[in-house]
Ligand binder design. Sequence first.
Ligand code: ZN
Length: 329
Amino acid sequence: MATPDRRTFLGTSIAGLAAAFGPPARAAETEASVAPPRSFVYPFRIGEVEAWSISDADLELGEGLDLMWPREAHPRMTELMQQHGESTATLPLYVNVLVLRHGNEVVLFDAGFGGRGNPKLGWLADGLASIGILPDQVTAGFLSHAHSDHLNGFISDGRPAFPNAAFHLLPEELAFWQGKDPDFSKSKRDKRPIPGMIDEVRRNFDILRSHTQPVKDGDKLLNGLVTVHAAPGHTAGHACFRIRSGNAELLHLMDLAHHHLLMFADPAWTIAFDHDPQTAVVTRRRFWSGAAERRTRCFGFHLPWPGLGHIVSDGPVYRWQAEPWRWLA
Ligand SMILES: [Zn+2]
């Protein structure tokens, strides 16, 4: 019988799960026959600000619903997925990097996986090049949390990938990973890759140390363009970001949702990668109710590319209403 690891490998084709949440996938695990897909780069605007959603990867999580908790909700999850024609054997994992340009500022919100050894990952650099943004033109990078699909793209060949960019994150996230013994006791995830993950995050934080400028909950940066929101649970220092330009607003949900059906149909359904699932649920409910009430335009890091949409309240539950995408004139 297949072990969870084997199933992960099969489902992701190229060890996507290990790459997503543990050490980087080894080149030997890539499928040499898969041609690198072209990056998906979606332009849009937030008021006066130019924005892009750049897909960084093509991944599926091989455990499918086995990653989701609580277990007793699996029949309801299965029913929901089947109603929408979605597979339960694997879960898609979109990786959407939000990029803004306003005046001389070029701002990234997380940076994907980085690296070039695996054709299924690390497309941000090519996506930026395709819109004429060079790495040294990036002026600021905001980090939601330090999992490898968010942090590793800030590093290139052991150096900061964006040499002129300030690197912003909550101090709680730094403290968690740099603490003596990071606490994963509440997480439902496979614990085996954790020591390697911790080492990698610490190494990457060291590389970015001279660029690091911690920010606090409620801070407004870049003349009010970006507001930082603490959104703990997925990790201790997980952050969401609100972008404002004139009357336009975009709330970046980051890892409050890993699936476009599951975390909305019941905000209490959690994924194994949450460090503290209970706190993640409290945080999710708070953000979902606020965004639904105010009809806030949202952006999801792990929602179907390009990741724009609204959270709609539907009786006691919610749903993700993806924004129809359009050509930008
Ligand atoms: Zn993530």
